[in-house]
Design a protein. Sequence first.
Length: 569
Amino acid sequence: MSTQWWHDAVVYQIYLRSFADANGDGVGDLAGLISRLDYLQDLGVDALWLNPCYRSPQRDHGYDIADYYAIDEAYGSVADLERLVTEAHSRGMRLLLDMVANHCSDQHAWFQEALVADAGSRARERFLFRDGRGESGELPPNNWQSVFGGPAWTRVADGQWYFHAFDSSQPDFNWRNQEVVEYFDGVLRFWFERGVDGFRIDVAHGLFKAADMPDAVGDGHNYGMWDQPEVHDIYRRWRAIGDENEPEKYFVGEIWVPSLESMTAYLVPDELHQAFTFDLLVQPWESSRMTAAIERALGQAAAVGGPPAWTLSNHDVHRTATRYGQEQHLDAPLPTDMIAAARRQGTADLDLGVRRAKAAIMLQLALPGAAYLYQGEELGLPEVFDLPDDARQDPIWLRSGGAELGRDGCRVPMPWDATAPTFGFSPSDATAAPWLPQPAEFGDYAANSQAASEASTLALYRKAISARRAVFGEEKSVQWLESGHPELLALRRGAGICVVNFGDHDLTVPGEWRAELVLGSESFGSGTIVPANSAAWLSVVRVPLGSAARSADRARTGSPAPQLESTAP
């Protein structure tokens, strides 16, 4: 079978609310996105993924959907979405939407019907209503906790409780109810008929809960709340619906599970095409940890016969420039809460963080598989920690009483123009301020300024995306080059070599590699020197593989290997 587009696609994630505001109301919209499609085409991406833009009361900014068949008025209309599909396709870019099927908004017509219906009614069976514990049902049905903090149960007027894995405004569907199953069949087909090329599936491991919903016990992972075997029946059903189309539609899952075996179960040929490899995202800036994460993902890919979907950032974690500029914690991420490793607070050296983030994207783009990029990362944007309390809107902030900052800091609107009001996010005659305030320093990262500089982060992204396939080709296997230095990662794929220096001293590439410099994340005085905290792509002329390299799935041979020489004093 020929290579599918998603095998090596570069996919750009758009948090629509914060991307570009065309009508001046302070909220990004579809018209604003359409106006910036040429920027994305120049960046060189193959596809766009939109965070939810369906009709919603915006308690969780789109992840609480009131109508799956409509576009929220703040963003535009179904006709605007269809125009976006047409415009994106004309530029050679595909369009993915976000499917939030684990839960809906408490304003969804079904849930409003359930609230006034009787216990045990058809309306309540679409959700997870249960009687409470205690003498009069005054206690929640079990001890499950919300991902956003606090109990996962809310009591209604007649005394029953409903379950919500996230905010109380986001009731979970009962996926054992056939009405729910058939409803989402219709939702998929509706958007496929409008030209959408596929879906990213939110909390894909969460649709089903254990039928008896027992109390959570043990190591902190709620085994009754996540990753139930019945979920695979749904993805087989969805895959069949996608395969009805020509070309077939694409599904990528957001899946957080504690084992490789659990993850690979979602990636068999008749279920999801890909799942995000979050393991790389949660690692500190440390060579051996990054190498191990890559090897685990490549091992998973080999097990299922499909390429990984790599990402270093998204709308749920702190930005890479800030994460890599903070003190690096070398403790392993908790398997029950890996995402916590990517939402640490603390001061950051942003110059160092941007330098490392530029090197990290070159590593990500050198790997086989799809690369997902979050908007603004190509500008090196930092996390905004010092938003005013009254500006914060994330349910995590609200439900934790301010103990957790939440995700607002990575969602601050994009800076397009260094000198324009709102840095060009909204038109100059806007009637409202951006929905989250932009810090003054965002002007230093503006896209128009970076587009004029060959040394900018944006310029590096453009060059790397453009050169990626030419340097590394379609080769799916990776060979690790033995550096003899613990702070240097070097891999070969096809005719390309990616070298990442995780240390604080410059390193010299050995002459035995006989490779020439194609691209570096920093200025190179010599093609043989990799500066500290930077990355380089080399084109192979002749590399003595044998003892110099090993396959990612083979053990080290123990043979001598070319050494990198430190240029540090």
